[in-house]
Each structure stands twice: as structure tokens, then as C-alpha cells.
Write a protein that binds this ligand. Structure first.
Ligand code: AHR
Length: 328
């Protein structure tokens, strides 16, 4: 018994020494006036995501008054839970979350609230029982993005008697970007008797998966004339699969391509006539999150949700100047 007690005492002493050491080493070169932010990012699955990370890192910089703890969850929600719990342990001032999917946040948000740490959600939305569990959300209106694509389809294929066969390439299941862009398409298909979705393929927002699922689908020989792809990187993969299968696409091709995000490379393809429609999804959330945090710091009320303005580009109207003016 004495041995066990001794062991327990040694362990507790080591643990306490460890805590003291880690907070001491944290404090040593740590400027107290900085706002400490823990940011849990989804991953690095797309060009959009890289532009988003760059925007966040540059806005939440030391020169701007922050100490940023960045965590890349590599597309796994469990990693985001770990990161958030880690931020809570480190007693950050704010937690910023770009959630992989909408659901599953109640417990971890409750833990943050109990620790008195405000959570700011960015990009995709969260669905929690108690909305007071997070401070604010800023991101895109993904449903409106989908509707912009549908409007273009309705204008481009006005004949109600001509069948319109669509191949739907979906992003990460359960992410707002997937749910809302898919919803806009599904509702439109229900409204138009001549529209059919030949398949809904799961491309996880990555180029590799987009390529793989479209390549496999093309082997079935099912005809289609529109590719509705929920992000640019999956589109790039799909274009490779179409090239390999010898299927033409774009302005003069058999398959018309609709792509979401409007990253630089996609706009270049749009200018070349290889992508028909690019729907913008704006990734530059860093300055928006900065403003939200600074408002919270000043004790001001912040909006519960804020949508960013977005536009779309067609291969018939895009110009090099439009691309040149873009920040990402
Ligand atoms: O949530 C935004 C989406 O996530 C973008 O459309 C996609 O490229 C990214 O991975």
C-alpha cells in the first residue's frame, strides 16, 4: 500500500511539474497582449481550402494582435474534437472552427462554453440544439450558389421536351457546401420533368476522388450532358477522366460543366471554354473573423450569422481582366 501511495505521489509531482513547465515555457516568449486563437481547419482537400487557410493565417497574425494555434484536421471530425479539447486545455481566448460537417458539435461546444471560451464558426454551418453554444458564424450561402447554377441551367436548356441528363458530383457528405448545393439541384430536378440525375457520385471535394468516381462511372457508358460538380478540384479530376475517355466538354463539347468555388485555375479553364460555369465560393474569411473577434473584444454585439456576397462566371462572358482582379 505504501509503495502504491509513493508511486502516486511521484506521479502527481511529475504531473504538476510538467504543467508548471509547460505553462512556464508558454509564458516565456508569450506576449500577454496578444489574443490567443485556436483554429481548427477541416483539412487541405482543395485549392479553396488552401486559400482559406492562407487568409486566416494572414489575418490572425502577430502583427494584427493574435497568437494563432492552427490545427489541420485532415478531413476527420474526430481530429477536430481533439483540437478543440486541446485548445480548451490551453485556455485560448477564442476557438474558431471550420466544421467538416454540420452535426456532432453539441458536446464539445458545451465544453468550450463551460470553460468560458467563445466559439466562432466559419465557412460551413453547424446544427446544434442550443444556438447560444457558439458566438457567431460567417460563410457562404451555399444554397444561393446552387440556385445560381440552376438559373444558368434553366437559361441554357430552356426546351421542356428535351431530356437533360445530369451527372452529380458531390462533396463531403453532411457538409453545408454539399447539403445546400445538392438541395438546389434536387429541388430543380423535381420541378423539371425532363431533367434526370443519372448518378450522384461521392467525390469528397478532392481531385483524386473526383477523378476516380467519374472514371468508374464513365465505364458504365451512361450518357449525360451536364456535369454538376460541387467543387473545382473534383471538376479537375472529372476533366481528366473525361479526357481519358475521349469525351469532349465545355463550350463546344458534349458535356457542359458547372463547377463551384471559382478558384484561379478553374477561371482560367472557364476563359479557355473548358468549364461552362464557375460559381464563386469566397474563401477570404480571415479579415471577417478578425473583425468579429475585435468586436467581441470591444464588448460589441456581433451578428449571429453573416453571409458573404458571391457571383458567377460563364465561359461566354469571362475576361482575362476579371481573373486578374481576383485575390485568390
Ligand atoms: O466549404 C467550402 C467547400 O469546402 C469548398 O467548396 C470546397 O472546395 C471546400 O473543400
Amino acid at each position: 500500500m505504501r509503495k502504491i501511495l509513493c508511486l502516486l505521489l511521484i506521479c502527481t509531482t511529475l504531473l504538476l511539474a510538467g504543467c508548471a513547465l509547460s505553462s512556464a515555457s508558454r509564458d516565456k516568449d508569450f506576449d500577454d497582449s496578444l489574443i490567443v486563437v485556436g483554429f481548427s481547419q477541416v483539412g487541405s482537400e482543395s485549392d479553396w481550402r488552401l486559400a482559406n487557410t492562407a487568409s486566416m493565417v494572414s489575418a490572425l497574425s502577430e502583427q494584427n494582435g493574435y497568437r494563432l494555434l492552427f490545427d489541420n484536421a485532415r478531413q476527420k471530425q474526430e481530429n477536430q474534437y481533439l483540437a478543440i479539447r486541446n485548445f480548451i486545455q490551453q485556455d485560448v481566448n477564442y476557438i474558431v472552427l471550420a466544421p467538416i460537417s454540420e452535426t456532432g458539435w453539441d458536446s464539445v461546444f458545451r465544453e468550450a462554453k463551460a470553460a468560458g471560451i467563445p466559439v466562432i464558426v466559419v465557412d460551413r454551418q453547424v446544427s446544434v440544439e442550443d444556438e447560444s453554444l457558439y458566438q457567431s458564424w460567417v460563410g457562404s450561402d451555399f444554397y444561393r450558389e446552387g440556385q445560381m447554377a440552376i438559373t444558368w441551367m434553366e437559361e441554357s436548356f430552356p426546351d421542356p421536351d428535351a431530356p437533360l441528363r445530369i451527372l452529380h458530383l458531390q462533396g463531403t457528405e453532411g457538409a453545408t457546401a454539399q447539403l445546400m448545393r445538392s438541395r438546389a439541384l434536387e429541388e430543380a430536378v423535381a420541378r423539371h420533368e425532363n431533367w434526370t440525375v443519372e448518378a450522384a457520385l461521392k467525390g469528397e471535394f478532392t481531385e483524386a476522388k473526383g477523378y476516380e468516381v467519374v472514371r468508374d462511372f464513365l465505364k458504365t457508358g451512361t450518357p449525360f450532358s451536364v456535369l454538376y460538380s460541387e467543387n473545382d478540384n473534383m471538376t479537375f479530376g472529372a476533366m481528366r477522366a473525361l479526357d481519358e475517355a475521349g469525351i469532349s466538354y465545355g463550350r463546344d463539347g458534349e458535356v457542359k460543366i458547372i463547377s463551384f468555388d471559382a478558384v484561379h485555375k478553374a477561371l482560367e479553364y472557364c476563359l479557355e471554354g473548358r468549364i461552362n460555369l464557375c460559381v464563386e465560393c469566397n474563401p477570404l474569411h480571415g479579415p471577417r473573423v478578425d473583425r468579429l473577434i475585435k468586436s467581441c473584444e470591444a464588448g460589441e454585439e456581433v451578428p449571429k450569422s453573416s453571409y458573404v456576397e458571391e457571383i458567377c462566371f460563364t465561359c461566354d462572358t469571362i475576361t482575362p481582366q476579371m481573373i486578374g482582379e481576383r485575390e485568390y
